[in-house]
Design a protein around this ligand. Structure first.
Ligand code: PEP
Length: 248
């Protein structure tokens, strides 16, 4: 079945009004296929500003993190209600930097995912193994455990996009090969089929993330289970457009 190609841009804690304006204007001016969904995720401070600049219909804006409560005494947190209030309907959740530096565990990520979805915000759900876990040969165990936590909470996966991001590939310049990514993506899809049924598995987009760039994106082009990318560093650069257009 045809799944719409999806490219997320995770700006992480980078950018300024000036640089974000340049990035968005580049996307607005670019020739981008009609059949691609792009979601750019600037730091929370710039969400409203970024959203006000986007004119391209294929491009949407997303947060990088949301909490399990809509409002209240939760200093420093991000609310899905407030995202929606400014017209933002996507968020990344479970990024490895949140899991590592902010000690977010599978249960919290699952609860955040459920809360976002229940309140109308779509989720780019990040999963992936560390280098030690890869070396130990437990990649599939790790991603299945991460997914199981979310499967226990979330029954409707329509608005979930999975980003398989091997931690060892994020920000290192060492991307997984397209062949290795395809193998893992296929295993993830098979796992989703056993847990959620074949139809859900076939419909769910699985992105690859980890040092994707303008030069390597096209090598994933013919990989049946790679439905797009979550891009960090390269999403800040002109080559982001090449990644978006890598399926053309
Ligand atoms: C990311 O932050 O999700 C990511 C994939 O980063 P990079 O593309 O820089 O490896």
């Amino acid at each position: 079945m045809a799944r719409t190609f999806f490219v997320g841009g995770n700006f992480k804690l980078n950018g300024s009004k000036k640089s974000i304006k340049e990035i968005v204007e580049r996307l607005n001016d670019a020739s981008i296929s009609e059949n691609v969904e792009v979601v750019i995720c600037p730091p929370a401070t710039y969400l409203d500003y970024t959203n006000s600049l986007v004119t391209k219909k294929q491009v949407k804006v997303g947060g990088q993190n949301t909490y399990t409560k809509a409002s209240g005494a939760y200093t420093g947190e991000n609310s899905v209600e407030q995202l929606k209030d400014i017209g933002v309907n996507w968020t990344i959740l479970g990024h490895s930097e949140r899991r590592t530096y902010f000690h977010e565990d599978d249960k919290l990520i699952a609860e955040k995912t459920k809360f976002a979805l229940d309140n109308g915000v779509s989720v780019i759900l990040c999963i992936g193994e560390t280098l030690d876990e890869k070396k130990a040969g437990i990649t599939l165990d790790v991603v299945q455990k991460q997914l199981n936590a979310v499967i226990a909470e979330v029954k409707d996966w329509t608005n979930v996009v999975i980003a398989y991001e091997p931690v060892w590939a994020i920000g290192t310049g060492l991307a997984a090969t397209a062949e290795d990514a395809q193998d893992i993506h296929k295993s993830i899809r098979d796992f989703l089929a056993t847990k959620l049924g074949k139809e859900v598995a076939e419909k769910t987009r699985i992105l690859y993330g980890g040092s994707a760039n303008g030069a390597n994106a096209h090598t994933f082009k013919d990989k049946a289970d790679v439905d797009g990318f979550l891009v960090g560093g390269a999403s800040l650069k002109p080559e982001f457009v090449d990644i978006i257009n890598s399926r053309n």
